[in-house]
Design a protein around this ligand. Structure first.
Ligand SMILES: [Zn+2]
Length: 86
């Protein structure tokens, strides 16, 4: 089984175990620390630099193939900072 994922922040690949999943829910994005939620997801390193790059660079929208508005991205960032303590 392929355990390698690409980070939407730095674009580097990493082992699935070292990245967290961002999953698209109905109207939002949420961090999926269990990595098992249904829906389209993308992967990111749990660190501030990757998060910032991903959010500024619109790569989350690209990875999820949806248009994600700025507020949703800001919410995601806040969520990540709380959950990951970064
Ligand atoms: Zn990264």
């Amino acid at each position: 089984m392929n355990q390698v994922r690409t980070c939407v922040g730095c674009r580097q690949t990493g082992n699935r175990a070292n990245l967290v999943r961002i999953v698209k829910t109905q109207s939002n994005l949420s961090l999926d620390l269990t990595k098992t939620k249904p829906g389209r997801g993308c992967w990111i390193h749990p660190r501030n630099s990757c998060l910032t790059t991903a959010i500024d660079g619109k790569s989350i929208s690209r990875a999820l193939r949806v248009k994600v508005n700025e507020q949703v991205l800001l919410d995601l960032k806040e969520q990540a900072e709380k959950m990951l303590e970064i």
